[in-house]
Design a protein around this ligand. Sequence first.
Ligand code: NAD
Length: 467
Amino acid sequence: MKIRNPRTGHLDFSLRVVSHDEVAQLVSQLRSSQPQWWQLGMAGRVKVMHNFSEQLVAHREALIAAVAEDTGRWAESELEVDVTINTIHRWCKDAPELLAEAPPRKAHLPFLEIQPSYLPFDVVGVISPWNFPLLLSLVDAIPALLAGCSVIIKPSEVTSRFVAPLQEVIKSTPELSSVLKLVTGAGETGQAVIQHVDTLCFTGSVATGRRVGELCAQQFIPAFLELGGKDAAIVCDDADIEVASSALCWGSMVNAGQSCMSLERIYVHENIADEFISRLVEKVKKLRHNYPDIKVGEIGPVISDKQVAVIRQQLDDALQKGARALCGGHLLQLGGGFYCEPTVLDQVNKDMLIVTEETFAAIVVVQRVQSNEEAVQLANDSKYGLSAAVFSQDMANAYQIAAALKAGGISINDASLTGFVHEAEKQSFQCSGMGGSRMGAESIRRFIRKKSFIRNTGVASPWWFKA
Ligand code: NAD
């Protein structure tokens, strides 16, 4: 399979498509290696994962270069590799306590004693998207491995150049190579993974997530679905305008808007709207494309060519229906890559795709509201519910709004904090996902099956036959 380079447009990467039979064989190997991994115990697994992180550090430059080649952006690729390494450290620190077996306790019936226990799933499957290819391939794999599972990862076909250097890292951590495997390919390889694993973590679009959820149901395995969003920010009339405009410029434009927790809709109180919008536009206008030098500029190319058509359709639809571009408003072609002009749109409404559908680009829409209630109602009027943001200097007001929003992770006086604070549990609302929290304590517990040993301490149970 030939894969396009997001900066040049050239089909310069050959992706090996792993067949169904190969997936079956690899999962069978993972299944037979898992008991030994589990028997290693938490302390043993933590040691191996620390070695893994050391090897990632040793291969940092190669990984950054490959991720940058996959995605066409540099600064975010550095951040992605470093966040992945930090994620391993954090899990190595937290996992022993989170999965420590509780001491035995008396049951409600006092002659019975409960000893809680657990068993990890044998093989966890991970299917990941293209927007943060390395991080989103490992974000679930790391806690799953620490919990004692084997893991098979199928990254996005759009961004699989990083797989070769990552496989080198895995090879240099021998204890890991029998319990962590990567397979490359597109949807069919993903389907093969689903058919053989015991539980699945999927990150991707709502449309594919729905299909994946159905396939998992057919296999009778749990599916954890982390899907798209159309995140809203509410800027109240007492917000610090400087803070709100800087945070939202970053939160809507970082990674060229190609983040699930990108803030794509802003509802600003009319009392401060002119001042807020003018500062936001002033800041957005300063952002530069990272072309021709990948290391200079904040806005990278559109990574997936399929997304180009989506962005074009949404922009055309909005501009045709009366939206006004306060800055940007075009897709540019530079050196064979597609770059979205950093764009702020106003005069938008719910008839426009750009207000209702995930855009996944450096585009944010702004609507003026007359009250906080109206802002909450508009923010919640969406099929998505991933994350959101609230800006207000009155904390009681901010928390009240946060509580009313139908989304899992709400940043207060900042943007997209769920990308940095991984210990805060949150779930996805509505079409943005399904299953337990990927963050915090619950995250690692998605990979175990709870057990209880219930012991009779030496009394004849009163329900036994008396005869
Ligand atoms: P996608 O749904 O097109 O693809 C995701 C993965 O699914 C890829 O690896 C793909 O090969 C695989 N796939 C496709 N069809 C499949 C099938 N039938 N069975 C099994 N696997 C299949 O998503 P994408 O375009 O790569 O990623 C962008 C989307 O991901 C956006 O909607 C974004 O919001 C979402 N996302 C969500 C989060 C989150 O945490 N909620 C994080 C990042 C990205």
